[in-house]
Design a protein around this ligand. Structure first.
Ligand SMILES: Nc1ncnc2c1ncn2[C@@H]1O[C@H](COP(=O)(O)OP(=O)(O)OP(=O)(O)O)[C@@H](O)[C@H]1O
Ligand SMILES: [Mg+2]
Length: 377
């Protein structure tokens, strides 16, 4: 290749939202680029023709011309056939992805975009632009494979969201009917045991479904808190009641130590964090032992601790135990494993959404899962 004078790459940023433009500017400010920021499609086309940028970062939803229309227009310009166009969009779904590719886009990033990822994608786009013809062929092949993979991933996410969402209602109805049966005085003892098992299994299904829903909400930045003053002893009583069947089945006693009266938190999220932690503790506690919960005030935080006398978490897994799908292979056949390794992932997301922290201590024997929730002033 002939040595071209290396000028600063020029990047055109198109987004109708001022805050988004500022975010992109901040992410790219340490790079040696000339940035042009515009707020709509018509300005984008004019800037493209005047400045011939080396890369375009394009929002999808804008008043007037959409990002797709802008991209198609750029592709129809003589100098616009091979300029890399990277879409930045809040819509993470397969239809948006396909529309982005159809309009001639090269890459697709979902908002909120992490600054380091944006820098890497822009660098990659600029590098690809400088590839010679034979390398470009390889690139096109790899890109096609990448696009197929992204499409599959997005289809999988959409399917999962549907399944999870659509399961929630029927499962809730099963739970209601089991409750109706249990309330009937005429129900024979044997059937009562069956109805109780149905309720218990349905509860863990509901827990799995809501964990999944909240994990995906949090990934999309949509986990919103409704913080109130929660009556903690009452909440703990409710959670104990929900886990009563499981505790009895394993002959484990649920105990409460000192509990602060009130804690500022989102009641539903806190309930489910405690349910997940106590459910784990119950499943690892040896028969005849007890599982304990305590909550104390420490300076500006409330610290909650859930402890059991089971086998604890092996040291090599402690770092990763809050990551999705991490489960310990248990040698102890009495430890029932029904879940998917999402409980602690949900707990961490929920606690961090409160600005708090969750961690694991070694109780020797057993595990102590602790969390602290900031209480403001
Ligand atoms: N109290 C505990 N004692 C020992 N190991 C634990 C304890 N709590 C959790 N673990 C280990 O951490 C792993 C992850 O826990 P997590 O709650 O995320 O998933 P799970 O309980 O396996 O499934 P899910 O919660 O999705 O139903 C568990 O599989 C278990 O091996
Ligand atoms: Mg669990």
């Amino acid at each position: 290749m002939s040595a071209e004078p290396q000028s600063r790459p020029r990047i055109l940023v198109v987004d109708d939202n001022e805050q988004n433009r500022a975010l992109v500017r901040a992410a790219l400010e340490d790079e040696d680029y000339d940035l042009t920021l515009v707020a709509d499609g018509a300005e984008a086309i004019a800037a493209f023709e005047a400045e011939r940028p080396d890369c375009v970062l394009l929002d999808v939803r804008m008043p007037g011309m959409s990002g797709f229309e802008v991209c198609a227009k750029i592709r129809s310009l003589p100098q616009g056939t091979d300029t890399p166009v990277v879409f930045l969009t809040a819509l993470r779904d397969v239809d948006t992805f396909d529309a982005a590719l159809r309009s001639g886009g090269d890459d697709f990033l979902t908002k909120p975009v992490r600054p380091t990822e944006l820098v890497l994608r822009v660098q990659a786009a600029l590098r690809i632009r400088r590839l010679n013809a034979s390398n470009r062929e390889y690139y096109e092949l790899a890109r096609k494979q990448r696009d197929d993979l992204i499409r599959l991933q997005l289809q999988k996410e959409r399917l999962m969201a549907f399944v999870v969402h659509d399961l929630k209602n029927p499962v809730g109805v099963v739970d209601l009917h089991a409750q109706v049966l249990l309330r009937s005085k005429e129900l024979p003892e044997k059937l009562r045991a069956s109805a109780t098992s149905i309720r218990d299994e349905v509860r863990s299904m509901i827990r799995l479904i809501t964990n999944l829903l909240d994990i995906s909400k949090s990934e999309e930045g949509k986990l919103v808190l409704a913080s109130v003053s929660v009556d903690l002893p009452r909440l703990v009583s409710e959670v104990f009641e929900a886990l009563d069947v499981a505790a009895k089945a394993r002959n484990v006693t649920l105990k409460r130590e000192t509990l602060v009266e009130h804690v500022r938190a989102d009641a539903d999220l806190l309930r489910r964090v405690l349910e997940n932690l106590l459910d784990n503790a119950l499943r690892h506690a040896p028969e005849g032992s007890s599982v304990e919960i305590s909550a104390t005030r420490r300076e500006t935080d409330v610290e909650v601790r859930v402890s059991d006398a089971g086998g604890g978490v092996p040291p090599e897994l402690r770092e990763r135990i809050f990551d999705p799908f991490v489960q310990v292979e248990s040698k102890d056949s009495s430890v029932t494993r029904t879940g998917r390794g999402l409980g602690l992932t949900f707990c961490r997301l929920a606690v961090e959404a409160h600005g708090g922290r969750i961690w694991l201590e070694d109780a020797n024997p057993g595990a102590v899962f602790c969390l602290s929730l900031p209480q403001g002033e």
